[in-house]
Design a binder for this molecule. Structure first.
Ligand SMILES: [Zn+2]
Length: 347
């Protein structure tokens, strides 16, 4: 069986051996990845792909392909994960959630339910009763008529839903809205409000608050650093400076490795210009017009390897070792997931 979105090349095997193999713990926990099948998506609309670079990179991937991906990328490692469905408005949420719930029964992995902001509290409670579902992943794109403007967290993650999570001690992976991401004072205020009003929720801020560039983390992290009940996943982060900031300000005990597969199967490199990132890739995508010479592109490895290497390198630079890497790449998430799974017995 071949994987639908990548093939391992010599350049990848070398990168794995030189930069990753001896630093990664024997077990990994991927706390942020997406899994959906083509049939979980309803019809799209013309121009939809052009508005979203990621949907050209990768799409549907079965749980079997997800498992294959891990075994190819991380030979000899045991990988568990926390999965959620397609973060797209076309997604048939309940079917996607049900696929993950069913598919993960009997495994040590778990899933979050995608939620429609218009769902009643009872419907969220119902979603949480499904096997292996330990919380929710609300998303601004699931707001009806959302066209990319700044919205409040509570617009797509309403208080009624948070009440349901809080009663159960369930998990929330939160994608911060607003153009200024983690640096937006309104987001900081709302995250603090969630912590104050819903203290039993396991709160994980996705992508370190979408801090793909350094300024967001530099400006936003200090305000949330003191609260030990806020966790951050590092999914889709490739920026070494952001790993350094997160480890320094937040510490390795509150960081959870996440891949953001299937997007991070992309082959290439990321660079930064101010607050913007530029994806350099050898992939055949309509938006891929910033090409480097073929001999440079031939050295590209996969984004996931670049992300993990940034994490490992920065941890070592800051004087951290095996224990902290184990915590970030496995132990922190494993421990939190197990805590919610134990609570789930009474849901
Ligand atoms: Zn994601």
């Amino acid at each position: 069986m071949a994987h639908p979105y990548f093939e391992l090349r010599d350049v990848d095997r070398r990168f794995w051996e030189e930069r990753l193999e001896s630093y990664l713990p024997p077990r990994l926990f991927d706390a942020h990845r997406h899994v959906w099948l083509a049939e979980h998506l309803g019809p799209s609309w013309p121009g939809r792909k052009r508005t979203d670079w990621a949907s050209e990179v990768a799409g549907p991937e079965s749980l079997q392909h997800a498992a294959l991906g891990y075994s190819l990328l991380f030979p000899g490692r045991e990988v568990c994960y926390l999965a959620f469905g397609a973060p797209h408005r076309e997604c048939r949420l309940e079917e996607n959630n049900a696929y993950l719930s069913r598919g993960l029964e009997g495994t040590s992995s778990a899933a979050l339910a995608l939620t429609d902001p218009q769902w009643s509290a009872e419907r969220v409670a119902e979603a949480l009763r499904a096997p292996r579902i330990i919380g929710i992943k609300p998303y601004q794109d699931l707001l009806p008529n959302f066209t990319g403007e700044d919205v409040s967290v509570f617009d797509f993650c309403p208080h009624e839903h948070l009440d349901v999570l809080n009663e159960r001690g369930a998990w929330l992976t939160l994608h911060l809205p607003r153009r200024e991401r983690l640096a937006a004072p309104e987001n900081i205020t709302e995250v603090r409000e969630i912590r104050r009003r819903y203290p039993r929720v396991i709160l994980v801020i996705a992508h370190v608050g979408r801090s793909y560039a350094g300024r967001y983390a530099r400006e936003g992290l200090p305000a949330l650093a003191e609260d030990e009940g806020i966790f951050f996943d590092t999914s889709a982060l490739l920026n070494p400076a952001v790993y350094a900031l997160a480890m320094d300000r937040i510490g390795p005990q509150r960081l959870l490795f996440g891949s953001d597969f299937p997007i991070l199967y992309m082959r290439g490199r990321r660079c930064w210009e101010g607050d913007r990132y530029i994806n350099l890739t050898s992939g055949d995508y309509s938006w891929n017009v910033n090409r480097e010479p073929p001999e440079v592109e031939a050295t590209y490895t996969l984004f996931i390897y670049e992300a993990l290497a940034a994490c490992v390198d920065m941890a070592r630079c800051l004087g951290y070792g095996e224990a902290e890497l184990e915590a970030m790449l496995h132990g922190n998430a494993r421990c939190l997931v197990d805590r919610v799974l134990a609570a789930k017995e009474s849901w």
